[in-house]
Design a protein around this ligand. Structure first.
Ligand SMILES: Nc1nc2c(ncn2[C@@H]2O[C@H](COP(=O)(O)OP(=O)(O)OP(=O)(O)O)[C@@H](O)[C@H]2O)c(=O)[nH]1
Ligand SMILES: [Mg+2]
Length: 358
């Protein structure tokens, strides 16, 4: 699961990327100078579960972040920056809210709504170009031979095109699961779930909750497949350098409970429609990632394809029941352990033991 970090030049993308992925060195640059790194999904329940098992290993779920570099005004250059975005599951758009005369803004002034709108338009234009080309091709083919599948595709693409022409991203267009599937091959950029990350100045750290209103960004809120979150990039960078206790003290001094990065990672996780389930034992207590709505068999496959193939049943206990009763055996006595089949839909926070053959 990958999140692409985009934004105008000098908005704090790489700063955030480095702290998210704990890469203190200059990350390994891939094609077009992109950086890829892995972030642990914060999961306090894992430590609670570990207290019961005293495991050799504790393993967090992870998400990948890709820092794709700054977007320029020049469209040709943008195409190169946009290319790696086709591979990602969600996009995090860093918006510069902090003002700092020593770091000039490319547009000369601070206006996050303008920046959000302009960059969104780039994604919309890219998808529009792609659809226009595809429709031309389809029309030619349909002239030669009638084909109901292609007809359907044409109708759907025309609907997408109209939506884009209203300057709205495709993630806001309602589609049936079948329709979504039929366009999934196009990897449309404006269809990706979007997280707007407001990068605030330190002086706003204590007023994170009201940042949206203060900066007149309500237009970004409440849209489908879109989320907004505020962080202070510079403060986060300082926190990342501190010892745990010092960091906690500093957070408390701003009235904050946890680093903004935790909220950011969880927000991308939610936006991707991901949930966690756990496996727990003496060798390892571990969080796993699956899409909401996945079956027990699918979850087993996440761990190992052999467990999916040889699936017999899943023994499922809710994480809080397990913590309350202290062991699976005790939870069983209280009838809190369920035996589920391969089609059981895994719930966020399930602790699962898979019984399998082979
Ligand atoms: N004052 C202030 N400066 C910041 C903050 N975040 C980043 N900066 C500074 O802004 C400059 C750019 O930060 P980067 O993280 O490199 O920004 P970027 O978006 O990766 O920039 P490009 O890759 O060049 O597009 C650096 O000098 C940072 O120290 C912040 O929250 N407050
Ligand atoms: Mg950068």
């Amino acid at each position: 699961m990958q999140t692409g970090i985009i934004g105008l030049p000098q908005v704090g993308k790489t700063t955030l990327f480095r702290i998210l992925t704990k890469t203190h060195v200059e990350g390994k640059a891939g094609a077009q100078g992109t950086h890829v790194g892995v972030a642990k999904v914060p999961e306090p329940r894992l430590l609670e579960l570990a207290k019961l098992y005293n495991p050799k290993k504790i393993t967090y779920a992870t998400v990948q972040y890709v820092d794709v570099g700054g977007m320029q005004k020049d469209r040709a250059k943008d195409a190169a920056v946009l290319a790696p975005l086709r591979e990602v599951d969600t996009i995090a758009h860093v918006l510069r809210v902090f003002d700092d005369p020593s770091v000039p803004h490319t547009a000369g002034s601070i206006d996050p709504l303008r920046d959000a709108t302009n960059l969104e338009l780039e994604l919309i234009f890219a998808d529009h170009d792609q659809i226009t080309r595809r429709l031309e091709r389809l029309e030619k083919d349909l002239k030669k031979k009638k084909d109901p599948v292609l007809e359907n595709e044409k109708t759907l693409l025309e609907r997408c095109k109209l939506h884009l022409e209203a300057e709205k991203p495709l993630r806001e267009l309602e589609m049936t699961p079948e329709e979504k599937k039929s366009v999934s091959g196009y990897l449309f950029l404006s269809q990706r779930p979007m997280l707007f990350v407001l990068n605030l100045g330190d002086e706003e750290a204590a007023e994170m909750d009201t940042a949206v209103e203060r900066h007149k960004l309500s237009a970004l809120v409440g849209r489908p497949n879109t989320a907004v979150i505020a962080v202070c990039g510079r403060l986060e960078a300082e926190l990342a350098e501190m010892k745990e206790e010092e960091a906690a003290e500093m957070l408390a001094s701003y009235g904050l409970k946890e680093p903004g990065l935790n909220r950011l990672i969880r927000a991308t996780y939610d936006l991707m429609g991901l949930i966690s389930f756990f496996t727990a034992g003496e060798p390892e207590v571990r969080a796993w990632t699956i899409r909401k709505g996945s079956t027990a068999a699918k979850a087993a496959g996440e761990i190992h394809s052999d467990i999916e193939k040889g699936f017999i049943r899943a023994e499922v206990v809710r994480w809080n029941d397990l913590l309350e009763f202290g062991s699976v055996a005790a939870a069983k006595e209280k009838a809190k352990v369920r035996l589920e089949g391969r089609d059981y839909i895994v719930q966020e926070g399930d602790v699962i033991l898979f019984r399998h053959s082979g």
